[in-house]
Design a protein around this ligand. Structure first.
Ligand code: 4AD
Length: 474
């Protein structure tokens, strides 16, 4: 008979099949099951077809034999088509292996949705020149690949682990607005837009809102998208990123760093203990080792000394836009910003998480509290701040945090010094006027943290649909 003439019908006399997701199959071994999914791999051998399907919860090998592989739909079947299969779930023979250690010997199957064959087929589209730009255009299809799906599954587990960790430390989750009329991290990276009759911005950080919530809810956190009009095309800068931010009341700078360390270590412990994560880590980062505690703490001035000693120089401002052979490099001095390349060299050389703290106030945002005592005084009247960045090998800065100026007059003076009009911040200043307290907090870039833990080259792989200059599709 021609394949077009062969029609399959489900045999009503067979025992009823259990409809299930792939991850729950094990308890149904020996029974008839019904599973739907996408064709992940496909291979024909004589009159048999071996298919691996996936449904987001796992992978399953399916065998179509006899008449089942002869129908017309079987000749059209290709990667990424969706199918439903029904059949006996049995352990794989000892000498063979299959995901989950079992396979379905199908007695019925049907196509739910075909996928293109020929030059539009899933595999062909990637096998054509697959430059980064093409892969970004095809991100919606790239996501289906094993590695990318593993990164995103790990991201899901990571977000749960962050929440578990912060809930465990008695912080409450809140959801501040994304549409704002104030800046947090400098006017240069604000995305502005027309908001009815007014000007508004996409938030750079929810920090200011979290501060105002302390008197109402106590310690709080949020997981919110932040937006930065970054012009730097680096492997760790995005125009939109997921920002985990927390704020704590009645603490010292020391408490803040200890809290960040707790929050991160508890998150990692929870993540690694999450079912399925060890399989994901085996694919993505088999060498991963939990960081040892306590994290190294390094004052900013020691970092400058380390860079000088290890001959890590920086390009002068006057020559940074010139061609490479005309750039001039000089040693770092106290007061210099530590740029990404230098920071990365130091972090990679030291090879473990580092709390870099006490940055000069002229490099930092308006709200940062100055360090007290002689430790807070630098050369030429320079003041150091109670600020810290957590640096991870391979990625660099993943967390930025600080204590906040908690005196209203000092805050107003800080606005003035940076040329920021203070009126739009009346509510932020009120946080100091109506019962102030020493407080501080931090922001953690979820994509950077994920890039570190999943050993990805760039944060661009760590978002569902990355946003960077020139990229807002799909
Ligand atoms: O150091 P940042 O700019 O600090 C703040 O926004 C504070 N207001 C946070 C706070 O105290 N509540 O950003 C914090 C973290 C960085 O360490 C980095 O991990 C991430 O956010 N981040 C970015 N990630 C990807 N792309 C960008 N353009 C990022 N900018 C910051």
């Amino acid at each position: 008979a021609k394949s077009k003439d062969v029609v399959l019908e489900e045999d009503a006399s067979l025992p009823e099949a259990v409809k299930t997701k792939i991850k729950y199959l094990e308890k149904h071994r020996g029974k008839r099951v019904r599973v739907s999914g996408w064709v992940h791999r496909l291979r024909s051998q004589g009159k048999m077809m071996f298919i691996v399907i996936r449904d987001g919860t796992g992978f399953l090998q399916v065998i179509l034999g006899g008449k089942l592989s002869q129908i017309h739909d079987a000749t059209l079947l290709t990667n990424e088509a969706t199918i439903e299969i029904v059949g006996q779930l049995q352990p794989v023979p000892e000498e063979k292996s299959a995901p989950g250690g079992h396979e379905v010997l199908a007695d019925f199957w049907k196509v739910i949705g075909h996928a293109p064959l020929g030059e539009n087929s899933y595999l062909t589209r990637f096998n054509q020149e697959s430059g980064p730009s093409l892969l970004a255009d095809l991100r919606h299809l790239v996501l289906r690949g094993e590695t990318q799906a593993a990164v995103l599954k790990l991201r899901t587990c990571l977000l749960s682990s962050f929440r578990n960790s912060l809930d465990g430390l008695d912080l409450k989750e809140v959801t501040p607005p994304c549409i704002v009329q104030t800046q947090v991290e400098g006017g240069a990276t604000l995305f502005g837009f027309q908001y009815y009759e007014e000007k508004a911005y996409l938030t750079q950080s929810s920090q200011l809102y979290l501060e105002t919530v302390l008197p109402a809810l106590g310690d709080v956190y949020c997981v919110q998208e932040s937006f930065r009009a970054e012009t730097s095309h680096t492997r760790r800068h995005l125009s939109e990123f997921t920002h985990l931010e927390a704020e704590l009341a009645f603490i010292t700078f020391e408490d803040l760093m200890t809290h960040i360390e707790d929050a991160i270590c508890n998150t990692i412990d929870h993540l690694l203990a999450t079912p399925g994560v060890s399989e994901l880590m085996a694919v993505l980062n088999p060498e991963f080792k939990k960081p040892t505690r306590p994290f190294m703490r390094m004052p900013y001035t020691d970092a400058i000394a380390w860079l000088v000693e290890n001959k890590v120089q920086h390009v002068t401002e006057e020559t940074e836009d010139l061609p490479d052979d005309q750039k001039v490099y000089v040693d770092h001095v106290v007061g210099d910003d530590i740029a990404e390349a230098a920071e990365r060299k130091m972090t990679d050389a030291i090879g473990r998480p580092i709390f870099l703290y006490g940055f000069p106030s002229h490099l930092k945002s308006f709200y940062m509290q100055k360090m007290k005592g002689p430790e807070g005084q630098g050369p030429n009247g320079m003041a150091f701040t109670e600020s810290c960045d957590l640096l991870m090998p391979g990625v660099g800065e993943v967390v930025g945090g600080s204590m906040r100026i908690h005196d209203a007059d000092e805050l107003i003076a800080a606005f003035k010094k940076q040329g920021i009009p203070s009126e739009p911040y009346y509510w932020y200043v009120d946080q100091r006027r109506y019962g102030t307290c020493e407080h501080g907090g931090y922001g953690l870039g979820v994509e950077r943290f994920l890039a570190w833990i999943a050993n990805r080259y760039t944060v661009r792989e760590c978002q569902l649909y990355g946003r960077w200059p020139g990229r807002a599709t799909p």
